[in-house]
Design a protein. Sequence first.
Length: 399
Amino acid sequence: MAVFTWISFIASIAVILVFSKFNIGLALFLGGVVLGLLLLPISTLLEQLLDTILDPSVILLALAVGVIPVIGGLMEETGLVDRLVQNLRVDRRLFLGVSPALIGMLPMPGGALMSAPLVEKAGEDVLGNVKSAINVWFRHIPQLVYPFAASLIVSAKIANIGLYSAIPFMAPPVLVCSALGYWLLLRKVGRGVAYTEKASFRKAVLPLMVILAAPLADFTILKALKPEVREAATLVAALISLSLAWVVGRPGLRRTGMVVLRMRPWSFSAIIFGMFFFIRVFQSSPIPAMITSIEMDASILCLTLGFLLGFATGRIQIPTSIVIPVFLARYGLASMPPLVFSSIYFSSYLGYIISPVHPCVTVSLEYFKSNLSDYIKILILPTALSMLAAAIPMIYWLI
């Protein structure tokens, strides 16, 4: 029976890995179905499906995560992103790092293509493979701490810890990535200024308000109103930011409709339902009890598995949705210590950063006419050093 249970779990992971190339939400749903059909009674599987669909926190989170990419799409469509970046006033090195990072706070498919022209403009004398690495490395750093990064929101919920409790523990990874990125990618770039037009503070502050409105509103609502369902604050905050983007950008109804169709918010919402369905099925199966009965090194579980799944899928949500429940089951915890969460999230993030199936990697390589092997050669040192940094919180927790 034990062998069959492990085979069933591995089969469900294989289904997720295969179908994640086409649709992440569908992949997670099918993984849950396969696991449930093999290990649970049909009645229990259907019960978990209904519980997922009817859970208010899951519904609100799915709606909020669906709104977030539309905000980015409206800012792109109306030129708010260009206004923000073009009115920055920093030297060339910082421009190469800051411009992808700012655009990285706006989750949108193919977003790396938005920052690529800016990196190209500021780095005309920089090798293509280096520009690809700069574009991807710095673009994703905000996902480690930005309160409206969908992967961070969802991962914190899976770990059953407050988002704003987790964020302070993610600050060291941000510092590590920023320092290594500057030292290994930007240090040799000249400091020449990359601007030809006069800056306007007013033009920069309006799009910045749209980006910052959501996390500020979310934090304020949580502290002031203390809603019974935490995700209600997230949805309201996302809608506030969406409204600001619409008012400031003035896209009109027709262009707004086009943005919605292009951003496909329903696919982001589907990821949430698929993810929590898989987790519920996992928790109802015999697997958690089996995991608690075996000896397992936490550092190997968190760092190696998180990194490998991030690399294999080109996603953060998939490794965290698998590794976090396994860790909680192994140690019999209801919620994850923030130190451990930072290790899991950071290691999954690092695998995702250099994954050949990560869309931002592929579009950057194409744009800068570089290749995957050179890209990985450039990032292997900062990634390896970052993995060592990711191990420190885990070692501290184990001690």
